[in-house]
Every structure is written in C-alpha cells, then in structure tokens.
Design a protein. Structure first.
Length: 294
C-alpha cells in the first residue's frame, strides 16, 4: 500500500516536487512572513484551508503524464489548483512532525503547525485541550503586531474555545487588528471570505470543512466519489475567491500571495495516525516555493 501510494503522488506532471523531497507543513508560516517582508508593493495574502484533503486527490484536478493516472477534472477552466500550479507551484507536504517526535495528524495540531511554523509542544501533540502560548505566535499575531490587518475564519468551535483562545484575548486586550470569525457552514464561511477580500484585510485565513466532513462521513479514499466530488467543488469555490481578488480596484498596486493547503489527510473514515495516507498533504501557491523559502 505504501509503495502504491508513493507511486500515485509521484506520477509525473502533478506535483513540482516528489514524495522524497516533500516539505514540512511548518514552512507555510515562513513563506507568509517572508512574503510580507520582501514585497515592493502592498503585501497581501489569502490562505485557503481545505480541511482533511489528501495529496493524492490532486490527480483529479491536475492531469498526470502517466496514462494510468488521469484526472477527471483536468480540463476545468475554473480551477484554483490549476491556476496556482501554472503561476506558482503545487507541492507535496507532510504533517505529523518528524520521526521520533510525532504529533497527531489532526485538525488542531495541523493548522497550528502551519500558522506557527513549529511542531507542537510535547504536551500538545495529542488531543485538543490546549491553547497556543506566547512561544507559538501565529502569522496572524506576528503580522498584526506589525500593523497588518489579519482575519481567521473557521467553523470548528475548538479553534475559538481552545487552540487560539489566548491569542484572541491578547489581540482584544492590545487592540490589535487581528479578527476571528466563527460560522456554522462552508457557505457562510465562503460569503465572509468574499467580504474579507473586499474589507481590505492584509492577511486572510479561512478553513473549508467539506473534504474532512465527507471523509469522516464516507471515506477519505481517492476512489470515494463523494470525497472526490467535495474536493473538486471546493476547487471551484476557491477559484471564485481568486477572481474576487482581481476585481479589487487597488489590485495593480498590490502583491497577492495565494496559498491553498491542508491540515492533515486521512484513511478509511478517520485520521490522526502516522499512516502515510494521514501524513501526506499538499501545498498550492501562486508563487514558486523557492522564491519565498530562505
């Protein structure tokens, strides 16, 4: 199974790196900060989270040169992933920390590592009953302290009640331009992300739950049509966000970094383990990763 999975993600033409050269998800924070620190125009960033999306689902969005692995959505003209790969890159990443220092491949740990640029503390590696402290500032906090307006948009209550509660309180106490928005559905989330783009936020992070919900409900496997349909539909929704950015009257004077990534993958109807299907994720960017990793 492991060999077959690696072969599927290494299929020529899908990713711009290989399974053997995959990046840790912790590079995402560094990429975002470097973008803001090096821009010559007004820096902006939209980070779109696809909760629970497996790396091998990308073969349904990008056509492989391997005749045995073909995409079913590869000719879609309204595809965020195809647009990002063409202009920047599509990369294999991994979650769950390093060998010998593993952490749970789940939502709380995954997004926190991506936003903080660090693997979790020993006492945070498992479960959800913890909150990030001053040693684990997210990119939202780092940018807000520099005067940039940031927003966090999500559905899962644990984000607001546990993981980021200390950071939320710090932002409120210090009047930082750092805002958190909670929703009930992906539809509500999507509408608000459009509003945030037009509200002049500098950094916008939003998490769609559809892949994770479909995976838990039926199966995370790339052969499950419900799961695949959810990923393809989310690709189209994300494209709408990309187009909304281009409509901004100030767009010519701005430098937008667009990122799409996932917090974990999954197998059967679960995740959290160190299985290769749980650990292997993806990262799509509107710029090449080499341009922003230093």
């Amino acid at each position: 199974m492991k060999k077959k999975y690696i072969h599927s993600v290494n299929a020529k033409g899908i990713f711009d790196n290989t399974f053997e050269t995959k990046y840790p998800q912790t590079v995402i924070s560094q990429i975002i900060i470097n973008h803001f620190d090096t821009c010559t125009k007004q820096p902006k960033c939209l980070f779109i989270g696809w909760d629970g999306c497996r790396a091998d689902a990308m073969k349904y969005l990008i056509k492989s040169e391997d005749e045995k692995i073909s995409g079913s959505n590869d000719t879609a003209i309204f595809s965020a992933i195809r647009t990002m790969k063409k202009n920047g890159g599509l990369y294999i990443t991994y979650v769950g920390a390093e060998n010998g220092n593993e952490q749970e491949t789940s939502t709380a740990q995954g997004w926190a590592s991506a936003l903080c640029g660090k693997w979790m503390k020993k006492e945070w590696k498992y479960g959800i009953e913890w909150s990030l402290d001053e040693d684990y500032p997210t990119v939202m906090k780092t940018l807000a302290l520099k005067g940039y307006k940031s927003s966090f948009n999500a559905i899962w209550p644990i984000h607001f009640d546990n993981t980021y509660v200390k950071e939320i309180e710090f932002a409120q106490q210090n009047n930082l331009p750092q805002y958190y928005f909670k929703f009930e559905t992906d539809e509500q989330l999507h509408i608000n992300l459009l509003d945030r783009i037009n509200s002049d936020d500098d950094f916008i992070f939003g998490i769609y739950e559809n892949p994770d919900s479909n995976g838990h409900g039926s199966n995370f496997g790339d052969k499950n049509y419900r799961y695949v349909a959810g990923v393809c539909n989310l690709d189209r929704l994300s494209y709408v966000l990309l187009e909304e950015i281009k409509k901004r009257p100030t767009y010519p004077d701005e430098d937008w970094l667009i990122i799409i990534g996932s917090d974990h993958a999954g197998h059967s109807n679960r995740h959290g383990t160190q299985k290769i299907e749980d650990r292997t994720t993806f990262l799509a960017m509107s710029k090449s990763i080499e341009e922003l990793i230093k």
